[in-house]
Design a protein around this ligand. Sequence first.
Ligand code: 5AD
Ligand code: SF4
Length: 349
Amino acid sequence: MKKLIASIQQNKSITKEELNVLLNTKATDIEQYLFSCARETADNIYGKDIYIRGLIEFTNFCKNNCYYCGLRRDNKSVERYRLNKENILDCCKKGYDLGFRTFVLQGGEDAYFTDEKICSIVSNIKENFPDCAVTLSIGEKEKHSYLEYFKAGADRYLLRHETANNEHYSRLHPAELSLNNRKRCLYDLKEIGYQTGCGFMVGSPYQTIDNLYEDLIFIKELSPHMVGIGPFIPQSATPFKNKSAGSLQTTLRLLAIIRLMNPHVLLPATTALGTIHPKGRELGILAGANVIMPNLSPVNVREKYTLYDNKLCTGKESAEGLNSLKKCINEIGYNIVCARGDFRGENNV
Ligand code: 5AD
Ligand code: SF4
């Protein structure tokens, strides 16, 4: 088994059989060895630094109806909100003073925020905080829109592919959304020059190990700068309210495998991971993650950004809890750093 892990590390590839073995093994020494190889891989590139990103959830309006997500348009029980430019700049100011040098603007697909509005927000942030990176996470757009945001100063873009299998994609999304268009967006983003992130939920309904294998192959093919994965967590106002959550163990093992296959990738220990286990984020780092994204949104809107139930938004998950987060990260031998935390790579730059 150790040989198997060493060969994934060396070849940066995995077979379906190997994935099966690694996701199903009950041997905790194998699991620990997998995590330590992934950790070593990350340490060799990023050292003991953990990057932080200030997450600003600036609109919870969404025109889409993804079956898993609490922001879906058919969810009438969520109170919708939008932040304006001033609110967003206030969040950045607060974050800057705390040491954040990346701001992630995340929202549902909200037509109110026209390209012009997004560009104006991005360029204002860059004018006020020129040493900071701006990441957008606002869904599927036309290539010309992505290009406008990039020209306005956006540095990075997160768009999870959710699953790389067509049939699985159609069980998670209504017919108006397609995996083809999602992939088109990701390739456009890369081509324009964004540091680009894809990703998926672990344990989403109907997901098989074959699907996960396809996700890993797709990630290799796209060769993104960032990969966001976290467990699926049911949300009570969605069609998937009675489905079970993804597991901590599988998420950690996949984080480690993704690190071994894509050594340079920026890999967050996500809020969803922190939500299913009190030490989820620390365990994620020990399995190869090197990014954390604390919540910088104004406190009064946080509980309205209901992607899934019981989503953490206070304590260590929040910007205010940064000191206690720093302490927890120090305790496991890592340091939260005040830096943009750009991708350090060879080919993907
Ligand atoms: N559980 C976990 N993650 C979710 N997301 C949306 N709904 C859920 C859920 N119920 C994730 C999706 C999306 C990101 C913003 O949040 O992967 O891309
Ligand atoms: Fe909208 Fe994104 Fe939620 Fe889908 S996952 S409903 S696109 S916010």
